[in-house]
Design a protein around this ligand. Structure first.
Ligand code: BTN
Length: 260
């Protein structure tokens, strides 16, 4: 795949501008720099390989050539989107989920924004923002999808069980068609940003509902309880052992199944 081929593949989508790299440090770094330089809404950075890919909580995200999808999409948030900035990661998760549904898979969304297949992580999302003072100028949605088993890091490096799209479908897939579908669905879900359908679909796709989970964050003691629900703002509701509910806001928090 080269830039011209990718451009043709995405030609029916309103991608403002496209950068393609055979190898790069991190598509999110490139996209953040590009956003600062004035990139338009829906500009896209795609790479075949990343050698300094980043995940949440400053973790490394490995992208091996030919084995994964790694891209970062620059959005210029509209005023109403700025008021619900916590929903950008779920926006990407909903789009990835829908593209995977089309492959006859049964994706779930692990709050706030990992996508799972058979309870294993197939996609990670790193959303980063660019501010001028208190003005949100740009949001970068960084998406990494494991396409083939080669995309997975060696077992000891894995904090959470992982899988790939092809391990689940049992046959090869066209990763650039998947990219096309994810972007296409992202456009549709963006038109419904935060509305009732957006919220209900996210709720219905939520992994681990009714199961014991633990929530870790730097700011507060670990919470253990039953994952009850999410609210329309994207906060998680956990039922604690004493019967009360606790609300966890999206942020630098991590969720695990309690027995892990
Ligand atoms: C996570 O699960 O921790 C998030 C992983 C996000 C990885 C993607 S790959 C494309 C983009 N560029 C990066 O450096 N990170 C994101």
């Amino acid at each position: 795949m080269d830039k011209a081929q990718l451009k043709t593949k995405l030609s029916d989508l309103p991608v403002a501008d496209l950068k393609w790299f055979a190898k790069i440090g991190s598509t999110n770094d490139e996209a953040l720099a590009w956003a600062k330089d004035g990139a338009k809404d829906f500009s896209l950075v795609v790479a075949d390989e990343q050698h300094q890919g980043r995940g949440r909580y400053n973790r490394r995200w490995v992208t091996r050539p030919g084995a994964a999808l790694a891209f970062s999409l620059i959005l210029r948030p509209a005023p109403l989107e700025k008021e619900q900035a916590a929903l950008f990661s779920p926006l990407a998760a909903l789009a990835v989920r829908q593209a995977l549904l089309e492959l006859d898979l049964r994706p779930e969304i692990k709050w706030p924004n990992d996508v799972l297949l058979n309870r294993r992580k197939v996609c990670g999302i790193l959303t980063e923002s660019q501010w001028t003072g208190d003005q949100l100028d740009a949001v970068v949605l960084g998406v990494g999808i494991n396409i083939s088993p080669e995309a997975l890091p060696p077992d000891p490096d894995l904090l959470f069980a992982a899988t790939s799209v092809e391990s689940e479908t049992g046959h090869p897939i066209d990763r650039f068609h998947l990219l096309h579908q994810v972007l296409n669905h992202l456009i549709s879900w963006r038109n419904k940003f935060g509305d009732a359908d957006f919220y209900q679909t996210w709720r219905n796709a939520l992994a681990f509902r009714g199961e014991m989970v633990q929530i870790e964050s730097k700011e507060r003691a670990m919470l253990v309880g039953v994952l009850e629900d999410i609210d329309p703002q994207g906060s998680l509701l956990i039922r604690l052992a004493d019967g009360t509910s606790s609300m966890v806001m999206v942020g630098d928090v991590r969720l695990r199944l309690s027995q892990q």
